[in-house]
Design a protein around this ligand. Structure first.
Ligand code: SF4
Length: 187
């Protein structure tokens, strides 16, 4: 399914209660043929206001993280596990993540990335079903199957978390450097 069709479906989705409090559905954006997809947890307040993923301070840091692997924001695709803002920037519930999963699956099946970067524990759990352990898993390659696609998965800290806990930036840069190396070797 084309991303534009899927986006239109998401914009009228009422499959979970987040539809009641959203201003905009934040579907995701970027290169539909991207080799690499960055997956976050869910839109924050600014993303809800603008309809775009990863804007504001965390978005700026994500842009720098993408630049560090030799790519620009428009080269990659950026999306979240849930497409609507969980009020007060809380974590999405498992029910909300389950309700939104068909969009995640179809987005990834359409883009067919070679590498997925999971930003933070919630994204890691949403992609692998195995939540937690980002501190240990950051920088260590995993394999993931989402729908019918198989991809390399790199767990990494969420940029919002890195803004609060800059001591983990070295771990994040290590993870991103591994992604940069793999892309150089294989693309
Ligand atoms: Fe639909 Fe996902 Fe938004 Fe819930 S979060 S209303 S499932 S698009």
């Amino acid at each position: 399914m084309k991303l534009i069709v899927l986006k239109a479906k998401a914009e009228s989705c009422e499959a979970c209660d987040l539809c009641k409090t959203r201003t905009n559905v934040v579907f995701g954006e970027g290169n539909p043929q991207a080799q690499i997809v960055f997956v976050g947890e869910g839109p924050g307040r600014t993303e809800n206001d603008t309809g775009r993923p990863f804007v504001g301070r965390a978005g700026k840091l994500l842009t720098n993280m993408i630049l560090s692997i030799g790519l620009k924001r428009e080269d990659v695709y950026i999306l979240n596990i849930v497409k609507c803002w969980p009020p007060n920037n809380r974590k999405p519930t498992q029910e909300e993540m389950n309700a939104c999963r068909p969009f995640l699956v179809r987005q990834l099946e359409t883009i067919q990335p070679r590498v997925i970067v999971a930003l933070g524990n919630t994204a890691l759990g949403g992609l692998t079903g195995n939540d937690g352990g980002i501190t240990k898993r950051c920088g260590v390659w995993e394999d993931v199957e989402v729908g019918y696609i198989k991809s390399k998965l790199m767990p990494c800290f969420h940029p919002s978390y890195l803004l609060r806990e800059p001591k983990y930036k070295d771990n994040a840069w290590y993870a991103l450097n591994s992604v940069r190396k793999l892309l150089r070797e294989t693309i």
